[in-house]
Design a protein around this ligand. Sequence first.
Ligand code: ATP
Length: 590
Amino acid sequence: MPTKIDMAKFAKFCKDMGFIFQSSEIYGGINGFWDYGPLGVELKKNIKDAWWLDMVRNPPPGPDGQEIRMVGLDCAIIMNPKVWVASGHAGGFADPMVSCTAEGCRKLFRADQLWVSSFGDQSQKPQGDSFVETDLPNIIAELRRINEEEPVGKREELKKQVERVRDAKIASIYQPALLKSCIASSEPDAIEGTALTKTEQKSNPNLYRMLTWHLNHAGGERWPVPCPACGKTQLTEPRAFNLMNETHTGPIKSDENLAYLRPETAQGIFVNYRNVMDSTRLKLPFGIAQIGKAFRNEINPRNFTFRSREFEQMEIEFFCRPDESMKWYEYWRDLRKKWYSTLGVKSDNLIPREQGKEELAHYSIGTTDIEYMFPFSDEPQELEGVAHRGSYDLTAHAKHSGNDKLNYFDEEKWNADSGGRTTNSFKEWMKTNPSAADIEKYQFTPHVIEPSAGADRFTLAVLCEAYTEDKVPDAKGNEETRIVMKFHPRLAPIKAAIFPLVNKDGMPETAMKLYRELKPYFNVFFDDKGAVGRRYRRQDEAGTPFCITIDGDTAKDNTVTIRDRDTLKQERVPLSQVRAVIERALMPGS
Ligand code: ATP
């Protein structure tokens, strides 16, 4: 991997092994939500721990050779809703929108309006694929007619058409049961809903989203609807611009206590910038890091966990002087890409993509998406964004909160420049009407570099990257196919499995003793069931880098065999050295 793979087969493997389960599966699941099983939770925890250790506690020195100053934070998921007004998240559009990606255009349109305007236009439909047969607009037109002319008849015919939609690859994403129930309903509102009138958004938001999604996609391909502004067929899929999940705090559900589940962890860092500075007395440059859940009501959760509605982020906001920000941007961009390689992601599959000027958010001076060639896609997809956000966020929070302490006074610089001044008081000096450029040398809003990574996306990438099918000899020397998860040892859910070769001659006791000695340090697994070959296979599928076997010689010379998952080499090692062998493999950078 990642050559192309059957994601359904892969998801089944992940389920069977206990990596990832569909959330609330026994009730039919819920779109966009996932649970991590016993192996998955260890894998994801190892990813977050590696990030925390390598970025927060032990980042490499900065471009000037100095230590990086970095501290952590753990903020509440629900914050004062004013935070989201200041950040711009609450001011977005409530409707799904599409945007034109053509250079020089980049206009935004309401998805439903485009859909309606192309309704019935045969030339807009894709040719030669299954969607022509399961053409949703035609079905809806037919439904309208049936509803008007034959309200009780034609049920069987209708059902067949719905089945055809169900068969279409894309409809399966959107729970055809929903469509079915709308269509089967004789409620005027529901029928109206399929026709995308004004009542639709309220009565059937999911159906609405499904229909608008069809605007651009046909059986996985883009539906070439031209942009009404420039005429090019480069529209994105519809996406909600206001992706925030709403909730209420307190016993009464009213507008006054409306709150949001955070759509990113970053804002918690910005609003605590002053608290962190005051409590730590950190000086620029420094970073604040946070790992935590984020929620986005994505219109189109897909590709297994890649786009979920609940996910975890690993974010750093690195505050620095404006005149040093480009240097820090480059530092973080390069460091973050390298980090993935040190954890076993092949550099061929890892593609940093500098966003073009026309793609950048209006406040951003530069953004690099670190992309990964996921096996479900022809194009690399974002794992992490490293953005130069300028002073946008702190300025916005200063303005909205009225707090004037979100800027920075560079005391060191002020003191260093004391020679040419008549006063050492900044307040007094301000009375002398210095130029804005001079003031900014000492007092300014820091610039921010933001490496923002997804813990779940990286977990998925690690699973894809590790998945390998190869051939190994079985007990009789015949070749057999094995699935082996080639995780980097730092990320592997189980670090070592300990086997007594047979359950006699003191071997189980020695194996259990070793297991108990190792388990305070690593996640180790004791297995005395079945043939050793079969025990190896089970550990290969779990991605365990080392299998340690206690055999007949152990009692004689106090040695064990350690079998390497990838090379299959078996080495005899003194019992007293086992812990050191595992520890060496787990060293960062090893
Ligand atoms: P995308 O364009 O893929 O939606 P984004 O640019 O909106 O991503 P950011 O807001 O930059 O994403 O979030 C930072 C990181 O959080 C992303 O690089 C990704 O790893 C992760 N992330 C964002 N949205 C999701 C999601 N819906 N599901 C899983 N991870 C996500």
